[in-house]
Write a protein that binds this ligand. Structure first.
Ligand code: SF4
Length: 289
């Protein structure tokens, strides 16, 4: 059950990790090992949160590395492709200091924007994933859950209040924004926080169809869900171990029925041979059902 956040009104920092819920293993997460890195167990709430999730993976090896930062976990695999595959089957708990940032990309068509990171990377296998080549992920391509969610929320609150105008905070730039929600229940804290905030708005970018936790939340229309979709031709060749486009569209429909603003983005744009004749027909089959 979500605990009411009063810190917005009272100035007191009260957001907490979800501690009273049942984690569910996401269908597309084939986990073999868990690392518990620096900061993961530094409070009772964190311990309880980490232990609760670890209990879901009885077969997985659990390794404590409390002296090592989340992005320094060395998988001991020199071959980049083998390391990438191993990383997708590895969960790391940690804490992230620089968790709320304004993007600073140059010569990009899209404007820069605020984004936040309670996770890094994701269990899905998109062959075009640009994150795989970024320095931190290249060294340690693991799936990460950051346990400092309350501090992340406080940073969003402070940033939005300073800006003092409606401001979007994106979850999904450096991760899939929803893929791990069945495990963490972070949505049950985040959506009500944004719902009550005067300025902050949440935009979740995802390919997940796991929207069960979202449906009965008090979101106030302040959480916008944006699904990344692609035509079946692209999905077939470039998306492994990812929820089907049909499942994503079903999830979008369910969320729309529960009052969430929803969006679809086609990203990245990948050329398909004979697209002028083949794409409209097959893609129409996907949309106009
Ligand atoms: S869902 Fe996003 S973060 Fe995950 S593999 Fe695909 S492109 Fe990368």
């Amino acid at each position: 059950m979500y605990q009411q956040l009063s810190f917005i009104d009272s100035g007191k920092p009260e957001p907490r990790l979800p501690v009273d819920y049942q984690p569910v293993v996401p269908e597309h997460f084939h986990l073999e090992r868990i690392y518990i890195s620096k900061g993961s167990l530094s409070s009772d709430d964190r311990k309880q949160f980490v232990e609760r999730i670890c209990r879901c993976f009885g077969e997985a090896e659990v390794i404590e590395r409390l002296d090592t930062a989340h992005n320094k976990i060395d998988l001991g695999e020199p071959d980049p492709l083998a390391r990438h595959r191993k990383g997708k089957r590895t969960l790391v708990f940690g804490e992230l200091g620089d968790s709320v940032r304004f993007s600073s990309e140059e010569q990009n068509t899209c404007p820069n924007y605020w984004h936040f990171s309670p996770y890094s990377f994701c269990p899905y296998g998109c062959k075009y994933c640009y994150l795989a080549g970024t320095p931190g992920v290249w060294f340690s391509p693991t799936v990460k859950i950051y346990v400092n969610l309350p501090e992340i929320i406080q940073k969003i609150d402070a940033t939005a209040n300073l800006l003092a105008e409606p401001t979007a905070f994106y979850l999904g730039k450096l991760q899939d924004g929803l893929a791990l929600d069945p495990l963490t229940a972070y949505s049950t804290v985040l959506a009500p926080f944004f719902a009550r905030h005067r300025y902050a708005r949440q935009i979740i970018l995802t390919k997940s169809a796991d929207v069960g936790r979202l449906l009965n939340l008090d979101h106030g229309g302040h959480t916008i869900l944006s699904w990344s979709i692609n035509p079946p031709e692209v999905v077939r060749h470039s998306e492994e171990n990812v929820p089907s486009v049909d499942d994503r569209l079903d999830a979008m429909q369910r969320c729309a029925e529960h009052g969430y603003p929803v969006r679809a983005v086609m990203m990245p744009m990948i050329p398909v041979e004979n697209w002028k004749t083949s794409m409209p027909i097959s893609f129409a089959g996907c949309w106009w059902r």
